[in-house]
Design a protein around this ligand. Structure first.
Ligand SMILES: CC(C)(COP(=O)(O)OP(=O)(O)OC[C@H]1O[C@@H](n2cnc3c(N)ncnc32)[C@H](O)[C@@H]1OP(=O)(O)O)[C@@H](O)C(=O)NCCC(=O)NCCS
Length: 191
């Protein structure tokens, strides 16, 4: 299975330790961190997390992908398919094992650097990861959650055909949940 792929404007490749500087800059922006960690992440924390967050599971099917603009070769952010934490308040990276898909709901997510917000990049990346999930893995559904105030992210999920679930148990709390099943995705694709 090819883990590097593309969409109309973006290149996707598995996040690696070479992305450390980019991730440090990304997470130093309070507006980027606002609805995820609440505050910017210190560089030392990113450096410590990097070897963990670059892990992949299910023979590479899930994990985090770096996003690069094809035309400019500029790195724009990252997008992910990861196990949704329910009682834990953060992603349980220990569930990522190379030879197996975690026995959990798998969530889609994305982070775009602020200079490139509002240009459709998150929607393009979310769409492409859903396509990957339903064509390259045997997942039967993909879920997502957002902070209740993160209206831009909710808009991205709806634009990608994800259905509102109301509040769901996730990240040790209750958050707006979204889902798309394989059948729904196929119908949308063929409509
Ligand atoms: C959320 C985020 C990923 C969106 O990225 P993006 O590339 O700007 O998203 P897109 O351009 O594809 O789509 C954004 C949509 O939200 C809408 N939007 C933006 N701000 C909004 C707001 N305050 N209220 C309602 N809708 C809003 C835009 O109008 C657009 O919808 P449209 O195309 O129908 O006009 C980006 O803001 C980001 O990286 N934020 C920080 C990280 C984050 O919160 N990630 C999501 C975690 S769940």
């Amino acid at each position: 299975m090819e883990l590097s792929f593309e969409s109309e404007r973006l290149l996707y490749r598995p996040l690696s330790n070479d992305d450390l500087e980019f991730e440090m800059a990304l997470w130093s922006d309070p507006q980027v961190a606002r609805y995820i960690t609440g505050e910017p992440l210190p560089a030392e924390k990113i450096a410590a997390m990097m070897p963990v967050v670059t892990q992949r599971a299910g023979n590479g099917c899930i994990g985090i992908w770096s996003l690069t603009d094809k035309a400019s070769q500029e790195q724009l952010g990252h997008a992910l398919l990861l196990p949704l934490p329910v009682e834990a308040d953060d992603t349980e990276f220990e569930l990522l094992e190379s030879n197996q898909m975690p026995d959990r709901d798998i969530e889609v997510g994305y982070v775009i650097k602020r200079s490139h917000w509002g240009l459709g990049y998150a929607t393009e990346a979310c769409d492409r990861l859903l396509e990957f999930a339903f064509t390259e893995t045997d997942l039967n559904s993909v879920v997502a959650t957002t902070d209740p105030m993160n209206l831009a992210s909710q808009s991205v999920l709806r634009k990608c055909g994800m259905r509102d679930l109301g509040l769901i148990r996730a990240y040790a709390g209750r958050f707006p949940g979204f889902e798309i099943t394989r059948g729904e995705w196929c119908r949308l694709r063929n409509s």
